[in-house]
Design a protein around this ligand. Sequence first.
Ligand SMILES: C[S@@+](CC[C@H](N)C(=O)[O-])C[C@H]1O[C@@H](n2cnc3c(N)ncnc32)[C@H](O)[C@@H]1O
Length: 338
Amino acid sequence: MISKCVVVPRSKGETIRKKLSDEDLLRKDLRIMSSETDIFIPISVDPDNEPELCFPITEMDFEEVELAKGYRELADVPDQFKDLLPSSFDIIGDICIIKLADELQPYSRNIGEAILKANSNLKVVTLDGGVKGEFRTRDISIIAGERRTTTIHKEFGLRLEMDIASVYFSPRLSGERRRVADLVENDEIILDMFAGVGPFSIMIARDKKAKEIHDIDINPDAIVYLEKNIMLNKVENVSHYLGDARSVICGLPNADRIIMNLPHSSLDFLGTGLDMLQPGGIIHLYLITENEELEDISVKITEMAESFGHPVKIGAKKMVHTYSPTSGLYVFDLISTL
Ligand SMILES: C[S@@+](CC[C@H](N)C(=O)[O-])C[C@H]1O[C@@H](n2cnc3c(N)ncnc32)[C@H](O)[C@@H]1O
């Protein structure tokens, strides 16, 4: 994975690594690299506001660290089930979210304790029962550690507070949020139709000079945390609205850039999004689709847009992450050709 990194002489490597870790700049998900003379320490930084570190900053391709590996040796489960122990899990703030096969459920507490022992930065382990309902919230239960589901997640220097039991958030979209924020130009009007706790819009508000940013969500808890995150990150031009995007949108100005992250049903809202799009604007549409249907879906999207009277061409189209062995979460950048 490509990441910014600090190039430090070997003799100062550990001192600087510790300093970066203390300042929450160190990327613990990537493996530090070295040459004969230097250490390359991956960091998470705002590109327009790079920290002053007295050492050069560059970009390199880093190997991802399997954070989940260590616990597997510690977990006390019968030998015949060891292979079922997941090799990865999600981390939001200091909370681990893990999926376990049915055979492992009786050992969940034990597995949770092993995860805490292997990862000192984690304080809670939860079992993931899947994302459900209109609010797209996770059905979770605590299996080890502190009895809480609230946390503060750090991403590219942003602080996002949330209750993972009552709002949607996925750390797997961090690269996508960075990509979208990096595309924003001065004075854009931005609309996030399904904003959640605000990870897209708050990054844009902090890093870019957008004219207005409008966030909608139908989940009251998401709006509560969105408000907190606006204050926590001291950003100013994000307005927020509680309600169904289809009705809230009526009072808002047309946008240059629209974010539509409701991957199971975003096509149901495509007409509404296109009605709100400025000629020449762009929609970032997220969709879960079977891999083999990707080309058919692309054709369907352009045909739908045509039928709504707002033709588009598809720019970037790529998988954000796998969803199942045969499907993925994809992003389609729809560029208005009006
Ligand atoms: C997949 S989450 C995305 C959240 C956020 N964009 C993110 O990346 O973390 C979808 C969000 O859309 C909200 N939502 C679902 N239906 C909606 C609707 N009709 N109008 C507005 N928001 C809706 C849910 O409450 C949820 O927070």
